[in-house]
Design a protein around this ligand. Structure first.
Ligand SMILES: Cc1cc2nc3c(=O)[nH]c(=O)nc-3n(C[C@H](O)[C@H](O)[C@H](O)COP(=O)(O)OP(=O)(O)OC[C@H]3O[C@@H](n4cnc5c(N)ncnc54)[C@H](O)[C@@H]3O)c2cc1C
Length: 433
């Protein structure tokens, strides 16, 4: 079935069909084969070449997992996430990737990468294992429709029809749609009776109002405590690196917080994002520090003083933004100016205009509710024989390798369970033979 001509209209039969050949689909195919040597396993993907998202991930290095994985690293139903994660320990993930020929290294942040620093190593290893073990890999096989049939499922794709006893839906989310993950998988899930919670971009940079000073700081990063308030109540607080860009703000702390902004905005709620640029210092402590600086160095400029705490370029921009002259000497700074400036330093309200959209989002928040899945197998609770995995589900991880860990774990679980269920189905037959 590999690379047929568009005119060929075929009907084929599979024991396990997997729609979507990204991280989760490939993991599912490999696991299905490991647990059933003779099953006919088909992996269908709409893209001409598989794994585009793996290749662009981690800046082309593919951050495959993290040295510590806990439910807190994910958003969604944490009780179910905990149970899913329990199916595959970090050690098992590392051993599995190593068995494919992907040696791993750990960086100081805890992120784990292939030792080659090349995402291509990961993709090639997955594809080689799938193909070498006899999985029928079908690129350029966009699936348009899936229906239930007496013997399982009918999968209508670009070149014809595939009958399958078991079906694994691994179509990803909506992030980076040019890779093939354009959200159509949600429609397939709905065809099959599943719900889909509203989906929004997550791990996405945020846009600032044009009156802000971000363009002058483009490329600068600094530590910040970022607090997201939804309708006046704190929804999230995290500390990390913020990157100023020509369009607004990015960097790990912004990317991780962005889901709270996009989800709440999508619900029509009021969202405010505040930054404290001097993490670890309260506004009271900062005021005392400022007064001491004024006494000890009265002739030092405001910007030089502030640059003891924050990058100088930022200090200058913040002074101007707060209508204070950065070159004023400390002794000249009026009390009202000082208070305004200190407030801006510790509780800066970012004027967010929007998010950067699906083309720049790394993952999708929202999707098929985890409550509709049996976490022991990833099988649908609504439709036996159907399995749902990866980003398609309503679970998103923070930056650091967690989204791939989710893809490996859910894909592996579904592949194994689907194959085992076939064996269970065949057993009475075998006994009869
Ligand atoms: C720029 C970027 C960087 C990232 N970096 C990291 C990182 O370093 N670490 C990390 O953990 N996560 C990272 N992520 C997130 C991670 O890539 C995804 O969470 C993960 O790839 C999801 O895997 P998946 O298999 O569920 O979906 P996908 O990888 O999206 O795969 C889904 C597949 O389904 C196919 N498909 C969709 N619809 C159909 C259809 N109708 N018919 C046939 N095929 C279809 C698509 O073509 C696609 O190949 C990054 C994401 C992006 C966008």
């Amino acid at each position: 079935m590999e690379n047929p001509t568009p005119s060929a209209h075929k009907t084929s039969t599979a024991d396990v069909a997997i729609i979507g050949g990204g991280a989760a689909g490939l993991a599912a195919a490999i696991a299905a084969r490991e647990h059933s040597q003779d099953a006919r396993i088909y992996l269908l993907d709409g893209a001409k070449s598989l794994g585009a998202k793996i290749l662009v991930s981690g800046g082309g290095r593919c951050n495959v997992t993290h040295d510590r994985v806990t439910p807190k690293d994910f958003f969604g139903n944490r009780h179910i996430i905990r149970n899913v994660l329990a199916a595959c320990s970090l050690e098992q993930t590392i051993a599995w990737l190593t068995s494919l020929g992907v040696g791993l290294k750990r960086e100081d942040t805890g992120k784990m990468f292939p030792t080659t620093d090349k995402a291509r190593t990961v993709l090639n290893a997955l594809l080689a294992r799938a193909r070498d073990s006899g999985v029928t890999v079908c690129p350029d096989h966009r699936v348009n429709e899936v229906t239930r049939s007496e013997s399982g499922f009918q999968v209508r794709h670009r070149y014809g029809l595939l009958h399958a006893a078991r079906l694994i839906l691994a179509t990803g989310g909506q992030s980076l749609p040019k890779t093939g993950s354009d959200g159509f998988g949600y429609r397939l899930a709905r065809f099959l009776g599943h719900h889909v919670t509203p989906t929004v971009p997550a791990l996405v940079p945020l846009l600032l109002h044009h009156s802000m000073f971000h363009t002058t700081l483009s490329g600068l990063s600094q530590e910040v405590v970022l607090t997201t308030q939804v309708d006046g109540r704190e929804a999230d607080r995290r500390t990390g690196s913020l990157l100023w860009t020509h369009f607004g703000i990015s960097g790990p702390v912004v990317m991780d917080a962005s889901r709270f902004w996009t989800l709440a905005t999508n619900q029509g709620l009021r969202v405010d994002l505040y930054g404290n640029f001097v993490p670890g210092r309260s506004s009271e402590a900062l005021k005392e520090w400022f007064i001491r600086q004024t006494v000890e160095h009265p002739k030092r400029s405001l910007v030089r003083t502030l640059s003891l705490l924050v990058p100088e370029r930022f200090a200058e921009s913040l002074c101007r933004h707060s209508s204070c002259d950065p070159q004023h000497i400390m002794a000249q700074v009026a009390r009202t100016d000082r208070d305004r400036l200190l407030n801006a330093l510790t509780r800066f309200r970012f004027p967010i205009e929007g998010d950067r959209g699906w083309n720049f989002a790394e993952v999708t928040a929202g999707g098929v509710p985890l409550e509709e899945i049996d976490y022991r197998t990833m099988e649908s609770k609504l439709l036996p024989g159907l399995y749902l995995v990866g980003e398609l589900l309503d679970c998103d991880g923070r930056i650091g390798g967690f989204n791939f860990q989710w893809a490996w774990t859910t894909g592996g679980l579904a592949g194994r369970s689907a194959a085992k269920s076939l064996l269970a189905r065949n057993r009475p037959q075998e006994a009869h033979d």
